[in-house]
Design a protein around this ligand. Sequence first.
Ligand code: ATP
Length: 244
Amino acid sequence: MILKVEDIHTFYGTSHILFGVSLHMEEGEALALLGRNGAGKTTTLRSIMGLTPPRDGRIYFLEKEISGLPVHLISRMGVGLVPENRMIFPDLTVMENLMIGANPKKPGKFTIESAFEIFPRLRDMSNRPGGLMSGGEQQMLAVARTLMINPRILLLDEPLEGLSPIVVREVGNAIKRLKNESKLSILLSEQNVGFALELCDRVYIVDKGEIKFQGSTDELRDNLEVQHRFLAVEGGRGRRRGDA
Ligand code: ATP
C-alpha cells in the first residue's frame, strides 16, 4: 500500500473541516477525490502533504507514518503536490522554475528533458517567464515542476479547473501518460467527473468533510443517485460527465 489515510480530523484554527476521512491506495493506482466546492478535497491533500497537519488520525506513506512530519521531509520521501493555485514563480523562466524543483542530490527517472517530453509546449517556451504563460501552460509547468522531485505519488488539486476544453485534453492526456507510462500513483481532486472517471481506478466522494461514497469508477458511473446527490454541478466552473 502506497498511501493510507486513517480517520483524520483537520482544522483551520477552530474550524473543524475534516471529520474522520479515511482512504487507501495501492502503488500505481489512480484515485479520484470528488466533491463539490468546499467539500474538503484541498484540505485532504494539504493534510497528506503536511501543510495543514491533521489534529487526529494517522497518515502512512509506504507503510511509514508521515502525519506530524514537516512538509519538506514528506516531499523528500516522494509525495508531490500540485496545488490548485499552481504556485509557479512568475518572474522566473520555465527552465528556472523547473531547475528550482530539481534535487541534484536525488536524481531519478524524471528530468527536465523527460518533463519536456511529456509537455512539449514547455520546451518551446523554456525561456519565457512563468507570469507570461497562459493558465494551461502554467498548469503544465506546475505539474512538470513537481515531477522534478521525482515523486512516487502525485497529489493533483483540480488540475483542469478553469482550462479551455482543448487544453483540458492536452493536460488530461499528459496526466494519463504519467499514470500509464510512468506508472505514477495519482490522487486526483477534481470537479471534472468525466476526466476523473476516465483516468481513475477508484473514487472517493467527500462531502462536508466526510467520505460519503467509495467504489470503483464503474460503480460511480452506474450510481446516478450518488452522482446527483454529491456531485451535481450546475453551470459554474464544474464540467459535466463526458465533457473532457
Ligand atoms: P474547492 O473546490 O473550493 O477547492 P474543496 O473541496 O477543495 O473545494 P476545501 O478547500 O478543502 O474544499 O475547503 C473545505 C472547507 O474549509 C470549506 O468550508 C472552506 O471554506 C474551509 N476553508 C478552506 N481553507 C480555509 C482556511 N484557510 N481557513 C478557514 N477555513 C478554510
